[in-house]
Design a protein around this ligand. Sequence first.
Ligand SMILES: [Zn+2]
Length: 174
Amino acid sequence: MSNQCRHVDLHHDSPEIQRTICALKEIDFELAYLAVLTLEGLKPLSRWEKTLSEGDLELLRQMNLLTGQVRRTVKTGKDVVETIFSRTPAYIQLYEQTFDNTPIDKSPQTQRFESFLFGYPACCVNNYIREPYAPNNLTEQEQKILFHWACRDCKITHLLLPAYTRIYDLLNRC
Ligand SMILES: [Zn+2]
């Protein structure tokens, strides 16, 4: 096990998984962060929009995550490949069935469905749809470690924050 990762103390703390987390972090901190949030079950499914090699995908699988890739089209007509990962086959299937070979869209309906898959509180998403980036009471640092924009005085985000913070801090120390 690499010395740099000795202090990571996750529930899934086998040496292999810790090595894999380090390797993912070398690719991109956010990718490693998403992978651990998903592994820990805080996010049912995560999506990665940048290019990943077969070796990168293998690292995700070594973390006991299932992976999938879907092809989407953007307004310019270009194709993009999205990578999704989850512990649960049904979430991968739901995403693939709904979005494979479809144009990327930001409709409220899509945003609500994605939020369900990504583990975002429904109150925050509905608030974001009504008023994107409406002021909330989080500190800049608290908002920064989340992937959803919290609604004001959000009760659910308040419960999620300690778990997100713990994983974020552990990754920063590894
Ligand atoms: Zn909320």
